[in-house]
Ligand binder design. Sequence first.
Ligand code: SAM
Ligand code: DTB
Ligand code: SF4
Length: 324
Amino acid sequence: MTDQHIRHDWELDEILGLFEQPLNDLLFRAQSVHRRYHPANEVQISTLLSIKTGGCPEDCKYCPQSVHYDTGLDAHNLLAVDDVVNAARKARDAGATRFCMGAAWRNPTNSQTRRVGELIEAVKELGMETCATLGMLTPSQARTLAAAGLDYYNHNLDTSPGYYGEIITSRSYQDRLDTLASVRDAGINVCCGGIVGMGETLEDRAGLLHQLANLPDHPESVPINNLVQVEGTPLHGVEPLPPLELARCIAVARILMPESVIRLSAGRTELSDEAQALCFMAGAGSIFCGDQLLTTPNPSFDDDMEMFDDLGLSPREAPVTGGA
Ligand code: SAM
Ligand code: DTB
Ligand code: SF4
């Protein structure tokens, strides 16, 4: 049965209208949508691991892993299965239900894709959901990952089509849409969102959400990253986005894509608990936990659990898949 509230025909002006509502009205509407589709006080926890770090040929202006910028990062090649499984077990025992493996590739080769498939199989044996973000995929690479049991593939649109050229020149917006279609066709859940606080305008934030909301199917997971500024990257020093604008962005995403889980993603070290509370009020239903994102710091598990206690939130239970 189709849900009449799930729309794929949003107009940019309607989205801008949502952004411009009084904050109380926007948050009230977003929280109402949230409660209709999701448990009110549960937050899903994912943990990230960079399985291949640095040396990436792409020129994404926000990214510390690009070869084009000198950020003093320690690069390493693809990690061994044991190292990945140990990190995943630690994350699971701390309360994460999904393990997200990120690689600094423009795109994996077929043999790299098969090796990541082995990592996915090993992590799934722990009873965790898996997510991978490896760059562009061909349809057959997406099927290889699906056969390994991959639950989610993360590939972000990053920003609006209009602002995109200011941020990345080494791959196109259409390349990204093509990878998303390959992932969808392979039957893998789509994790797709973007980054705010890159010097974009409100219209660009609305433009990003417009693209996401009008995809043929909404992504199951929508990460909203607040730019983590890294010295040496071109975006270091850009004016940070006020936290209220981040909360607005999450609220609008919540309203546009009611069934999706909106993730308050990178950039939480710069946010107070009060600002994060507003983001949960706006409908964020998932976060990354663990001291590190891919290469940059993140609040500790303990600090996050203390915040959850203060806010009366609880970590979402793992889906029942077994595992030892
Ligand atoms: N190389 C692959 C790719 O770009 O598709 C996968 C890894 S890449 C690091 C995954 C995502 O992390 C990017 O698409 C971007 O949205 C996000 N990201 C990277 N650097 C970031 C930063 N400094 N702040 C916020 N988000 C960032
Ligand atoms: C996503 O949207 N954000 C995560 C995950 N997907 C891969 C990555 C954030 C990276 C932040 C910068 C870093 O730690 O290198
Ligand atoms: Fe490479 Fe991904 Fe970083 Fe872009 S975001 S430079 S593709 S690792």
